[in-house]
Every structure is written in C-alpha cells, then in structure tokens.
Write a protein that binds this ligand. Structure first.
Ligand SMILES: Nc1ncnc2c1ncn2[C@@H]1O[C@H](COP(=O)(O)OP(=O)(O)O)[C@@H](O)[C@H]1O
Ligand SMILES: [Mg+2]
Length: 252
C-alpha cells in the first residue's frame, strides 16, 4: 500500500496527452560519423525544454532531424501523436514546427519584410499573414524600424530577432531555437531571452539549444544534456543548475 502511494507521488508529470514531441531511439549519421546515437527525448505542450552540451555534441543535428533537414538512420519522431519520421521539411512546417537555425541564416540581400514574408511561405491566408507581420513588429520593435533595410546590414542581435520572427511567421506550435545567444553581447542576449520567455507565455512550445548552459537551464522547465551523440543527464532545469556534474562541466 505504501509503495503504491510512493509510486503515485513519483509518477511522471507528463501524461500521454501532454506530449507534443517525442524522439524515440533516434539515430543520425553523417557518412561514417554517428552524430546521434539512440536519442530519447520528450517535449510536453507548453514547455521550454533546453538541450545543452559541448560543441559537436549533436545539438543542432537533433533540431535538424526534427525539421527534416537531415535524414534519420533509425528511430522515430512522433509529433502531436503522428509519426513524422518520413515527412518532408515543408510538411513538417505545415504541421506546426518551425526552426530558427544556428547562425541565423537570414537572406542578407533581402529586406527584413521579405525575410519575414518568406517565413510564411507555406501559408496562403494573406489577411492573417498581414496580421502576423504586425504582431512580429510589435514583439520586435527593432525590426519594425528596419523593415525596409536589407537583412545583411542588421546587427547580429537584430538578425537573431529576425530569424526568430521569421520562424514565428509560420504560426508554429513548436519552435526549435538553435543557439540564439551565439556571438551576441550580454545585453542583447538578455533581450532575446526575455522575448523567448514572453513567447512561451503565448503558448508556443520551445525546444532550445544553447551552449550557454546557465541561461538555458534558467529558462527551461526541463533539460537534457547531450554528450557525443548520447543523452547523459536529464531533469528539471532548476535542479540541473545545482547538479554537481553540470556545474563542473558546463557552468564553469
Ligand atoms: N554536415 C555535416 N557533415 C558531416 N559531419 C557533420 C555535419 N554536421 C555536423 N557534423 C558532425 O556531427 C556532430 C554533431 O554536430 P552538431 O549537431 O552540429 O553539434 P552541436 O550543435 O552540438 O555543436 C559533430 O561531430 C559534427 O562534426
Ligand atoms: Mg550546433
């Protein structure tokens, strides 16, 4: 009887209905390099989940596998109860997954506005697209001021904002965010993380990849640590901030 009670107390918070994304036994290779080795990971609806790890651990590859920029060798990706393992990139966007890639990847020779419109390429609801553009400009006033400026002339922080805003133009349920803080000054990083926090309150679920473990764990409900293509540690974000293994390896 006592055991049953304990079991109930320790039953996982995530029930099946809650799971938005599930990676099962996911393997990805680049030629002979095994970048991901049997990864298991879940993201519940409404959560911010952070994926941390050293350079080359396989963080970006995990996001690329979900958005179908790389093929799976083995395993499954379940999203909203559907197996999307064999879907193509544009289909995945249509299902509500948007990817803001590492290194921003904005179109330098196009205006801010054109970059944002590109984010809505799968949509044809022009009135709603217009409304969403207005919403992005509200969320990112710096982009509003620069809407006719070429994206290549923006600062790094502004390009990062544009990459996030472009991803949001597909109206995602799940945002895959790769290294938003990379190469940015602390004040801008703070601004961008405030925006991420703000986004989660609007109901967007976020899978965040960051080398800045401190920030990533502070903002996360839960987090996973990736080492050489394997998930080695997982837990509640605030617990991991105090975890000795994490402190010594990632928090310096
Ligand atoms: N396009 C590619 N071709 C070959 N190897 C790659 C490619 N992209 C990544 N890799 C390798 O896969 C591993 C994981 O890379 P990546 O997912 O980019 O790591 P992270 O984002 O954690 O820094 C690394 O060993 C990297 O060198
Ligand atoms: Mg990366």
């Amino acid at each position: 009887m006592k055991e049953t009670q304990n079991e109930m107390q320790h039953s996982p918070i995530q029930t099946k209905e809650n799971i938005l994304l599930e990676l099962k036994n996911l393997c990805v290779n680049y030629g002979g390099i095994q970048a991901l080795q049997h990864i298991n990971l879940t993201v519940n609806a409404g959560e911010v989940v952070s994926l941390i790890g050293a350079n080359g651990a396989g963080k970006s590859t995990t996001l690329r596998a979900i958005s179908k920029m790389v093929n799976l060798r083995e395993g499954q990706i379940i999203y909203s109860g559907r197996d999307i393992s064999r879907r193509q990139a544009h289909e995945v966007v249509k299902l509500g997954i948007a990817h803001s890639p590492e290194g921003r990847r904005v179109l330098a020779q196009q205006t801010v506005l054109a970059n944002l419109e590109l984010g809505a390429y799968i949509r044809s609801d022009s009135a709603a697209i217009k409304a969403d553009l207005a919403q992005q400009f509200e969320l990112f006033p710096r982009l509003a001021e620069r809407r006719t400026q070429l994206a290549g002339t923006l600062s790094g922080g502004e390009q990062q904002m544009l990459a996030i805003a472009r991803a949001l133009m597909s109206r995602p349920k799940l945002l895959l965010l790769d290294e938003p803080s990379l190469g940015l000054a602390p004040a801008i990083v703070k601004e961008i993380f405030a925006i991420v926090q703000n986004l989660r309150s609007t109901g967007v679920t976020i899978l965040l990849v960051e080398q800045n473990a401190n920030l990533a764990l502070q903002i996360a409900d839960r987090a996973y640590v990736l080492e050489a293509g394997n998930i080695t540690i997982t837990g509640i974000g605030s617990d991991l901030l105090n975890d000795e293994r994490i402190r010594s390896a990632y928090l310096g």
